[in-house]
Design a protein around this ligand. Structure first.
Ligand code: GH3
Ligand code: MG
Ligand code: MG
Ligand code: MG
Length: 289
């Protein structure tokens, strides 16, 4: 497996690109773009860890390229180092204003440039890790409550055909009491994994607390949504977790809500909660709407 990080060099001068490839090629994967337009295509297809960006380029200058990259969710966190012959204070100030993290003037000192690149890659890696830890449930890796509601509110505003499915493990206290808390944790993880595999990438799936989960997703119709929730229920019912050589099964109850035009996110999710309550009341291991 290739562990090297990838640096994208954006410069309209071929010679500059060659110099940078020579300097960085041993330690990094280096990709090059000779225009802003070419660069924007590359960043949408490749996993880029850091960008070295020239300012003076025909058509689209480096400032413009930087502004576009910073405005896109998929590229906004890539550290951008300007590397340019412009040395005046206003140009430097503008580079930071548009979102650059550093500014190196040509001709550059090779060791200094390498050190700056190394520093920014480290910093960016740490930020990603912190972001992950702040938004994920550490046991299951799915969204934690805070991130779930943050993303959920965006979906709620943007998607008309939105559904909520609230899921709670049946008689989970019994599982803990019978097999112990660590086994209960295994059950929770197996549930999160199973559901993750059955929902689209665009769905927002989070652990709201203990053994309560919620999925928000766009879906064609209520009937399709019911089928999906039923598929999830059956998949969980069929899970086989092992405890001391024996298979242990468990089930979940689910409540579905469909978004209505008059809904707030609270009234919407409350209906999912009420449907879940109905599922529990009428015998568990079922989906209610
Ligand atoms: P019901 O069918 O009505 O939902 O019954 P239940 O036993 O699942 O009821 P309840 O929701 O009251 O119980 C939830 C239990 O989940 C209580 C708590 O000890 C346990 N629990 C919460 N978080 C965790 C966890 O992270 N790991 C484990 N193992 N247990 C947890
Ligand atoms: Mg140039
Ligand atoms: Mg429960
Ligand atoms: Mg519960």
């Amino acid at each position: 497996m290739d562990e090297k990080q990838t640096i994208l060099v954006i410069d309209d001068t071929k010679e500059n690109i060659h110099i940078l490839i020579g300097l960085l090629g041993d330690n990094y994967n280096v990709m090059a773009a000779k225009s802003g337009k070419a660069a924007l295509e590359i960043v949408n297809e490749e996993d880029i860890d850091l960008i070295l960006l020239d300012i003076m380029m025909p058509e689209m200058d480096g400032y413009e390229v930087c502004e576009i990259l910073k405005s896109q969710i998929a590229t906004k966190d890539i550290p951008i180092l300007f590397i340019t012959a412009k040395t005046d204070e206003d140009s430097i100030e503008k580079a930071y204003d548009v979102g650059g993290v550093d500014y190196v003037t040509k001709p550059f000192k090779p060791k200094e440039l390498l050190a700056r690149i190394h520093t920014h890659l480290k910093l960016s890696e740490t930020l990603h890790m912190l972001e992950y830890m702040a938004t994920r449930d550490s046991m299951t890796g799915i969204y934690n409550r805070r991130k779930f509601f943050e993303l959920g509110e965006v979906l709620f505003r943007q998607i008309e055909n939105l559904f909520a499915v609230m899921i709670d493990i049946d008689r989970f206290k019994n599982i803990n009491d019978t097999y112990g808390h660590p086994f209960g944790d295994i059950v929770i993880k197996s549930l999160a994994q199973t559901i993750s595999n059955l929902i689209p990438d665009t769905a927002v799936f989070g652990r709201l607390g203990g053994e309560e989960f919620m999925i928000l997703l766009e879906n064609g119709s209520l009937d399709e949504m019911k089928e999906k929730a039923e598929e999830i229920r059956v998949a969980i019912e069929n899970l086989e977790n092992m405890y001391e050589g024996s298979v242990v099964k468990f089930t979940v109850s689910s409540g579905i809500a469909q978004k209505y035009p008059s809904d707030t996110i609270d009234t919407f999710l409350k209906r999912a909660d009420e449907a879940l309550y109905d599922a529990k009341e009428t015998g568990r291991n079922r989906v209610c709407f």
